[in-house]
Design a protein around this ligand. Structure first.
Ligand code: GLY
Ligand code: MN
Ligand code: MN
Length: 446
């Protein structure tokens, strides 16, 4: 098992081989590690590896590059920092090329200092160079090496003639999860669901949002998900109507709802769960009405997940239900057929229904069915997505006062299986009865 990845080295060897198989003959792919990022003088943000690089290596240090060479012989070469006892005393252990070759299953591992010369030599032997075009560092390396090889044309070196984007190739691999990835995502979800339970139990009027955030972070970390997959959203009352609210610095008010969107990251894999519940532990009637509407729409969308269905059709289903529900509550007025036709709920449901989930919280993978990009792609087994409808009615909205300040989102993580779906978010309660029971202490865990 690789230390940071909780996956065996064979998983990464197989991914590199799949990538090499998909690359054209006589090509070379360059994938770079992430940089450390300064937080303030001499201190860095927690290191987060470039997810494409991580997917193909499981290697968790900065200053590293993977070359995948599809020529004869085909090879994977990892460049990383040398061992350096003095630096390691100050900043932590480095694996070094020798151990890296043994542990990470690459054909060769070399010092990062050798990268330039090695790459320029390789460039002279291939006709195509592949990089992720959205990665400025890798693009800079590639263009520098292209220039270096081109400058040697008089001594018989020939530069590659094609520079091609390999992001889509890697993204397609990442979109469909292996059994081992699914097991990690299941576990990330169980841990994160327990964190939501903990947050519900800890919530009380006058506590601060960041105190509830602390409960989440504690539960993630003690269970192996040391970092949150993204900055946790802990949004009391009207703050829930700010979609990516992360200030988390206000006191909770009796009678308000609390929206929490938070998930732990386990071995690089994200959970992305939202729950909305009453600060007091009891929903008011207007809160109940909006909450139940969102929940019914979410459950209907999840139940419709199966191979062949699309996010577009789920979105239509959810919009129909939300529009009808908002009309019945008197929040939308007019002709119901027309309201449904024009997806009138979008006034209050202001974001997409869901997104792919994996190593990135908004994971990679094309959403479209074809080059024309007019249709969304049909689901196939192994995809994992979020389903997260919401209704947001900020204070000051042009509706009856009783609805104002209500913001509800409910978000689960769902795997497409061969025959339907598996909801990975099993440990975060979401029915009104379950939430109220948990918060009143009647149920310890659900
Ligand atoms: N947590 C961000 C999102 O739900 O998309
Ligand atoms: Mn999400
Ligand atoms: Mn979320």
């Amino acid at each position: 098992m690789l230390k940071h990845s909780l996956l065996p080295v064979e998983e990464f060897t197989a991914r590199r081989q799949t990538m090499l198989d998909a690359m054209p003959e006589n090509s070379l792919a360059i994938i770079s590690a992430a940089h450390e990022v300064t937080r303030s003088n001499d201190t860095e943000y927690p290191f987060c590896q470039n997810k494409n690089f991580y997917y193909l290596t499981g290697f968790n240090e900065p200053e590293a590059v993977l070359l995948l060479v599809k020529s004869t012989p085909q090879k994977s070469v990892l460049f990383c920092r040398d061992k350096d006892p003095e630096m390691e005393v100050w900043h932590g252990r480095r694996i070094g090329p020798e151990l890296a070759k043994q542990e990470f299953g690459v054909d060769e591992a070399l010092s990062i200092d050798e990268l330039d010369d090695y790459a320029v030599d390789c460039f002279a032997q291939v006709s195509m160079v592949m990089c992720c075009f959205d990665d400025n560092d890798t693009m800079a390396l590639a263009t520098d090496w292209l220039a270096q090889v081109s400058a040697k044309s008089r001594i018989g070196k020939k530069a590659p003639v094609n520079l091609t984007n390999c992001a889509e190739l890697i993204h397609e691999l990442r979109l469909h999860k292996s059994e081992r990835e699914i097991a990690l995502m299941r576990k990330a979800n169980v841990i994160s669901g327990h964190a939501h339970q903990r947050a519900m139990k800890a919530t009380a009027p006058d506590k601060f949002e960041y105190q509830i955030e602390a409960e989440l972070l504690h539960e993630f970390a003690v269970n192996g998900a040391r970092h949150a997959a993204y900055n946790s959203i802990v949004a009391g009352g009207d703050n829930a109507n700010i979609l990516h609210y992360t200030d988390n610095n206000e006191a909770l008010i009796d009678g308000d709802l609390l929206l929490i969107d938070a998930g732990g990251e386990l071995a690089g894999y994200a959970a992305d769960i939202t729950r909305t519940f009453p600060v007091s532990g009891k929903f008011s009637e207007p809160q109940k009405a909006i909450y139940q509407l969102v929940l019914d729409a979410q459950n209907a969308a999840i139940a419709a997940i199966e191979p062949g269905n699309t996010l577009a059709s789920l979105n239509d289903l959810v919009c129909d239900m939300l529009t009808k529900g908002l009309y019945e509550l008197g929040i939308l007025t007019g002709d119901l057929t027309e309201l449904i036709e024009e997806k009138a709920c979008k006034q209050y449901f202001i974001h997409g229904l869901g997104h792919w989930l994996g190593l990135d919280v908004h994971d990679v993978g094309d959403y479209h069915a074809n080059e024309k990009r007019q249709q969304l792609r049909p689901f196939t087994a192994g995809m994992v997505m979020t389903i997260e409808p919401g209704i947001y009615i900020p204070k000051g909205a042009d509706v009856d006062e009783k609805w104002q300040g209500i913001g509800v989102r409910i978000e689960d993580n769902v795997l497409v299986t061969e025959t339907g779906y598996e909801n990975l978010t099993v440990s975060a309660p979401k029915s009104i009865a379950e939430i109220e029971a948990l918060m009143s202490g009647v149920a310890k865990t659900v």
